[in-house]
Write a protein that binds this ligand. Structure first.
Ligand code: THU
Length: 131
């Protein structure tokens, strides 16, 4: 489905809203994400930290796995929101998102209307996707 400016604005607001339930007692860095499936449905995620730091799950992967659990397999865009300036998806999240093809990534701060956009394929060129 095509991605309008209104769709993007709305997806960023959903990502910002998803930060509210962040479980981030170690970093204090609340991250929200929202992913728009081809079906038109939006799924939210937030980061969930662990005392064993490596077990932490990022907001983007939480949103993606919520969508996958609902049966979605094709995506238009993902928004991520945190902090005082636009946050970029980490490398692990880029890799997992790339599993499902290219999509638009919207990067926002925790609050405010500003965001920047990039193609996932530009953030992770030559991704490893098959073996
Ligand atoms: N985090 C995310 O949720 N997404 C990212 O793309 C980068 C980092 C989370 C993980 C951890 O809970 C906190 O931000 C600090 O790294």
């Amino acid at each position: 489905m095509p991605l309008s400016k209104a769709d993007m604005d709305s997806l960023v607001r959903r990502a910002q809203a998803a930060r509210v339930n962040s479980y981030s007692p170690y970093s204090g860095f609340a991250v929200g994400a929202a992913i728009l499936a081809d079906s038109g449905v939006v799924y939210e995620g937030t980061n969930c930290e662990s005392a064993s730091f490596g077990a932490t799950v990022c907001a983007e992967r939480a949103a993606l796995t919520a969508a996958i659990t609902a049966g979605e397999r094709s995506f238009v865009a993902l928004a991520v929101a945190a902090g005082d300036k636009p946050v970029m998806p980490c490398g692990i999240c880029r890799q997992l998102l790339a599993e499902f093809g290219d999509m638009t990534i919207l990067c926002a701060a925790g609050q405010g209307d500003y965001y920047k956009t990039a193609a996932l394929s530009a953030l992770l060129p030559d991704a490893f996707i098959e073996f």
